[in-house]
Design a protein around this ligand. Sequence first.
Ligand code: FES
Length: 129
Amino acid sequence: MVTMMQSCTVTKTISGNIENSDILVSLSDFQSGSDDKMEYKKYIIINNDALKFPICVYRINENKYNALWLECTHQGNEVQVFGDKLQCPAHGSEFSNSGLVTNGPADRNLRTFPVTIEGNFLKISLKAV
Ligand code: FES
């Protein structure tokens, strides 16, 4: 069911660390390039056996990250990430990088999780899963 349409050099997949009902992600996972020319990935994917679906974390800027549950709100297929947007391969629903539905048949936004920055880590609250 999962087909990776993007090369591995573009999409970074990590498992993260689940502690209680939070998942912790190191901010360094978004970094690429070297110290004198630091670059940041637009997003990373968290794929953890404890989660039924992956979570995509978009880096909007250094203070804002969006964590999106990749379960299509139409009929529950796995949504795929294409740069700044997400698309469901089942019936073509599309979502923005904040999880808003931009194209049906889905009529609800993707589930999102609160993200807080704590030191060098992102803490994503999974309480709603
Ligand atoms: S399940 Fe995603 S568009 Fe139908």
